[in-house]
Design a binder for this molecule. Sequence first.
Ligand code: COA
Length: 332
Amino acid sequence: MHDSFPTTARIAGLGCYLPERVLSNHDLERMVDTSDEWITTRTGIKERHVVADDEGLVELVERAGHDAMADAGVEPGDVDLFILATATVEQPIPASSAIVQPRLGVTNAACFDLSAACSGFVYALNVARQFIATGEAKTVLVVGAECLTRYTNWTDRATCVLFGDGAGAVVLEPAEAGDGILQIDWETDGSYADLISMPGGGCRVPPHSREAIDQGLPFIQMRGNETFKVAVRALADISQRVLDSAGVTVDDIDLFIPHQANIRIINAVGSRLGLNGDKVFTNVDRVGNTSAASIPLAMCDAIEQGRMKRGDLVLLTAFGGGLTCGSALVRY
Ligand code: COA
């Protein structure tokens, strides 16, 4: 293996939360013109979790964040940086990380939100790693959380079947070379910004404007077919680049955890990388696309199923609106 970062960050604790309410494909059959068979064959999704009426983003973040800190054995007051990766903020001002800070008790932490859509968790890992490597931070809480169903157009069958809600969190602490995040890479290509977007609800088309309401703009829109092709190429390319930079091959890794958007994207990326099916983790059938929460939620499931354990070499790769992508090679 090539030299990894001299000082890096390791995952000291992990926590996850899925809202209790489950929306199955059969439930969706009663809402839009779709079928369980169409959704299953095109996406691999069977069900997704949806926030309760009295829940928002902060309840999800609070549950996952507390579990991650307990798992790491750190007190909330020890956390000196808290990064919340989300595309579905609690409200535009202030940052959702600031709103949830008192509930988490991370009162000594500087807090900010990070917006990189489905790549948000990997982007946040990279930012956290930098702060730890420079000694600016010692204990960082990174949470990927989404309330996508609140931004979903429930009359658009092309998108409403895809998304789910949830949160996943990690606590990062300093580590020596050879442990924790060994390599990490990220990239952005804004020329594809209109592939996945929510064109209303910001300053260009304010949420309260007649145009936004009449044209249904404050909802997620996607050019699914084009997104599919770009996603496969981007996920495979950045994964291979991270493996090459680390001087490892797919044979060396124990588990590949890609962003859970669509089983056909996951399988296509796995075969491009030459990975055996049993090294590719999927839980998209149970959770749908949970954007920034996707990778940590999959990590929790992988641990629960005995597919990931301490010391394993794990490749985490995400792709999302922006377009953004990021990949991290981690000694867990
Ligand atoms: N149920 C039934 N039919 C549906 C449907 C649904 N939920 N959604 C779309 N259709 C129909 C379309 O209207 C179209 O009908 P037509 O041929 O009569 O016009 C047909 O199915 C094919 O639509 P198309 O959009 O070409 O399907 P697709 O094979 O590309 O699958 C996606 C659609 C969204 C599943 C697929 O493009 C995809 O997964 N893209 C990537 C999405 C993604 O993961 N994005 C997030 C990345 S972070």
